[in-house]
Design a binder for this molecule. Structure first.
Ligand SMILES: [Zn+2]
Length: 418
């Protein structure tokens, strides 16, 4: 199949983007194509990459805000999650995909449970996703066995759906929920089968303090010492990394997803040390985290919050300028995942969005990148192409009304379910 995006603005000039199958084949020449999209008046940007989320948590959006992390988890989130059925996860993921499409995200890295249901949703919604079945063993060997069994089962099912858009990932939740033996088992599985690993790291001060008390060293140092860190590992947060840990991440090639909105909402107390990490050459991307701690999946908003949080915490308005924030949400995430999205160039995967600049908050156009980062919301996105397929056109997505209705009904029913 071929697709032509006609007369669209790309990097300041009007051009033609020609896509063959799932890759950008040519830019500049107007060619015959099976499908033609009128790009007049629109601007083409790379599809955004959400490097850390828990997509089905949209079902718990707005259910228990403004609480301390532990209280929030113990009284609100975990009791609800314990009741979730596979079908709930499926509809939650459908809603999350819908929200991501409508705000310009084409790729996401996800961790939750029943992830084969998320794969089903992703397959239908046309997005590109890296899916990690989360494992939490709490240091209990029998629980570890159960969890690995469930994870292997889910991974096998996702593997059966594997495509250019769907990739299974391993998901040890964090050092404070997963034993050393299990972490090493994940390392071995990744080495043997070539899976990426996704985990949380250094989110709160408590995690650091507990790790120092238990292992005599900080979280990243501990993970390095046991041989866990490598270039196939993508960790979320990294708020409390110290200079030695930053060096470790740079040396091992470990990637980091910055999640500014969630960090501020949960009040982790310290921002990811972006400037030092950039200086050290750590590969970074941008994540929203789950909708229960955000509360949306809008990466346009995340770009703005990332730059504001970094400026504020460094007490320096020159830190994380707009162009770098935009890069975090595009090429940064692409590089972290090792896929060739994030730029609109021939031979790259055809993941791109068309933005309509004729909006009050995007006028005037002194600096488009400034507008995307500081002024735009996801609703400026008009059209989304992922893997060479049109998944949204004129802000319309197939099945939207049913997804909204069904997900709302499930979420309502979930919180009253015994
Ligand atoms: Zn998370």
């Amino acid at each position: 199949m071929s697709l032509l995006i006609r007369d669209v603005e790309l990097d300041g000039r009007i051009t033609q983007i020609y896509i063959e199958e799932n890759r950008i084949a040519e830019i500049g020449k107007r060619r015959e194509a099976d499908v033609v999209i009128e790009g007049k008046g629109k601007i083409a940007l790379p599809g955004l990459v959400n490097l850390h989320t828990h997509s089905p948590m949209v079902l718990l959006r707005g259910f228990g805000d403004d609480l301390v992390l532990q209280q929030w988890l113990e009284t609100k989130i975990w009791p609800q999650e314990a009741k979730l059925k596979p079908e709930d996860i499926y509809w939650g993921a459908k809603l999350a995909c819908l929200e991501m499409v409508k705000s310009g995200t084409t790729t996401f890295l996800d961790m939750y449970f029943h992830m084969d249901q998320v794969a089903r949703a992703v397959k239908e919604m046309g997005l590109r996703a890296f899916l990690a079945e989360g494992v939490i063993d709490l240091g209990i060997p029998s629980r570890a066995e159960e969890q690995f069994k469930a994870a292997e089962e889910a991974t096998r099912k996702i593997e059966a759906m594997r495509s250019s858009r769907i990739t299974p990932v391993l998901g040890p939740h964090a050092i404070y929920t997963v034993s050393e033996a299990s972490l090493l088992r994940f390392r071995e599985m990744a080495d043997k089968k070539g899976y990426r690993i996704h985990a949380h790291l250094s989110e709160t001060k408590r995690e650091v303090d507990d790790c120092v008390a238990q292992h005599g060293m900080r979280p990243a140092t501990y993970l390095d010492k046991i041989g866990f860190l490598a270039k196939d590992v993508i960790v979320a947060h990294g708020c409390w990394l110290d200079p030695a840990e930053i060096e470790i991440l740079a040396r091992t090639g470990t990637k980091v997803a910055h999640c500014p909105t969630s960090n501020m909402k949960i009040a982790t107390g310290q921002a990811m040390p972006y400037a030092a990490m950039k200086e050290a050459g750590v590969v970074m991307g941008l994540g929203t985290d789950g909708a229960a701690s955000n509360n949306n999946l809008d990466l346009f908003e995340a770009m703005k919050f990332a730059t504001l949080l970094q400026k504020f915490s460094h007490r320096d308005p020159t830190v994380l300028p707009a162009a770098e924030a935009f890069q975090l949400a595009t090429l940064g995430g692409a590089n972290a995942l090792g896929i060739d999205v994030g730029l609109i160039q021939p031979e790259r995967l055809a993941d791109l969005i068309l933005v309509d600049p004729r909006r009050p908050e995007l006028t005037p156009r002194h600096d488009d990148v400034s507008n995307w980062v500081y002024s735009a919301h996801g609703n400026a996105v008009d059209t989304v192409v992922c893997d060479g397929q049109v998944v949204m056109k004129g802000r319309r997505v197939k099945g939207e009304a049913e997804i909204l209705e069904k997900a709302a009904q499930i979420a309502r029913e979930l919180v009253t379910r015994e």
